[in-house]
Design a binder for this molecule. Structure first.
Ligand SMILES: C[S@@+](CC[C@H](N)C(=O)[O-])C[C@H]1O[C@@H](n2cnc3c(N)ncnc32)[C@H](O)[C@@H]1O
Length: 300
C-alpha cells in the first residue's frame, strides 16, 4: 500500500493524541492508527525501493542504505536527518516502543511491515523486525581530519564486511577520531558491516574511497605518525612510543599489506605472536593496536 501523505497526517494525529502522555501512549496511538494499513506486498514500490539498497550499486545511486536492528536504528535516530524512514513489524513496535515514539516525534515515516516484507528487507537469518532507511553518513577526508585528530584507523583494501564493521566498533571504543576505508575496500554501508559496527558507523567520521598513498600523506601532513600493522615488522608494539597522534594502517585479510603500502608508513609494527598462530585476525590486530595507542595516549 502507499502511505505517503496519509502517513504524515497520521503521524501528526498520533503526536497530537499522545502529546504529554508518554511513549507507550504514543505507540498505542500509533498501533491503532496503523491497524489495517500494514505493508504486506513484497512487490510494492516502497518495499522494492528499500530492498534494492541491499546492493552496493543502488546504495551509491540512491545515496541511501539500510540499518537493521534496534541498536543500529537507535544510533541512527540520534543523528538529526539521517533516518529517512523506518520499517517495523507489530512485534518490534511492542518490543521497542521508544524507537517508534522517537521516530514518530521526529516526523520520520514509520511503516508497519508484515513478517514477509520484513524478511524481504532483512539481511539476517533471524530478522529483528526493525529496518531504517538512512542517508549516507561518510565525510570527505579533509573534513574528517579537521581539528586535532589523535587516533585514526586506515583500512587498506580490506574486503570482509564483518571485519571492517568490527574495526569500526573497536576504533569507536578506543576513542579513535576517524576510520578511513581506502579505495577497493568493502563498502561500510554493506548490511553485514553496518551490523558488525553495532552503531559505531553513526558515532565517528568515516571516510570512503581514499587512495592509500594520498591518505597516508594527508595523515602525515596533519601531524600523525603513520604506522603499518604487519606481522613482519621489525619493531613490536612494546618497542614503539605510541603516546603521540597515530594513524594505523591495517591490511587485507588474505595478502596483508604489500611493499608499496609498507613504504608509505613511518614504521612497520608487529603485534608479537607468542604461540603458534601465523597471524592475528585483522579485527583482532586492529583492536590490540588501537587500544595500545589509546592507553599510551591516556597515561599521564
Ligand atoms: C589476517 S592479516 C593478513 C595475513 C597475511 N597472511 C599477511 O601476509 O599479512 C590481516 C591484517 O591484520 C593485521 N595483522 C595480523 N596479524 C598481525 C600481527 N601479528 N601484527 C600486526 N598486524 C597484524 C595486519 O594489518 C594484516 O595486514
Amino acid at each position: 500500500m502507499t502511505v505517503g501523505p496519509l502517513l504524515w497526517t497520521r503521524a501528526k494525529r498520533v503526536r497530537r493524541r499522545a502529546a504529554g502522555q508518554g511513549p507507550s501512549a504514543c505507540v498505542r496511538a500509533w498501533g491503532k492508527s496503523m491497524a489495517g494499513s500494514e505493508l504486506t506486498n513484497v512487490r510494492s514500490p516502497r518495499v522494492k525501493a528499500a530492498r534494492r539498497l541491499t546492493k552496493r550499486a543502488f546504495r551509491e545511486q540512491d545515496r541511501r542504505f539500510l540499518a537493521e536492528g534496534p541498536q543500529a536504528v537507535r544510533e541512527a535516530l540520534k543523528l538529526d536527518g539521517v533516518t529517512l524512514e523506518l520499517f517495523s513489524t507489530a512485534e518490534a513496535e511492542l518490543r521497542h516502543p521508544e524507537l517508534i515514539t522517537e521516530a514518530t516525534l521526529k516526523g520520520i515515516p514509520v511503516h508497519r511491515a508484515s513478517g514477509e516484507v520484513m524478511s524481504e528487507l532483512s539481511q539476517t537469518v533471524t530478522p529483528q523486525g526493525l529496518v531504517a532507511v538512512c542517508g549516507l553518513v561518510h565525510v570527505p577526508l579533509e573534513q574528517a581530519m579537521a581539528g586535532t585528530p589523535r587516533l585514526v584507523a586506515l583500512l587498506a583494501h580490506v574486503r570482509d564486511p564483518g571485519n571492517a564493521g568490527t574495526v569500526m566498533r573497536a576504533a569507536d571504543a578506543a576513542g579513535a577520531d576517524t576510520v578511513i576505508f581506502t579505495d577497493a575496500s568493502v563498502d561500510p554501508y554493506n548490511g553485514k558491516c553496518v551490523r558488525a559496527s553495532a552503531g559505531s558507523l553513526f558515532h565517528l567520521p568515516v571516510v570512503i574511497g581514499a587512495p592509500v598513498g594520498a591518505a597516508a600523506r594527508h595523515l602525515k601532513e596533519r601531524g600523525l605518525r603513520v604506522l603499518a600493522a604487519d606481522g613482519t615488522g621489525k619493531r613490536t608494539l612494546d618497542d614503539v612510543d605510541l603516546s603521540g597522534p597515530t594513524a594505523w594502517i591495517f591490511g587485507n585479510e588474505a595478502w596483508g599489506l604489500p611493499e608499496e603500502i609498507l613504504a608509505e608508513a613511518d614504521d612497520v609494527v608487529r603485534v608479537p605472536i607468542y604461540g603458534q598462530a601465523e597471524s592475528l585476525n585483522l579485527a583482532t590486530a586492529a583492536a590490540v593496536c588501537l587500544y595500545s595507542s589509546a592507553r599510551a595516549q591516556r597515561v599521564p
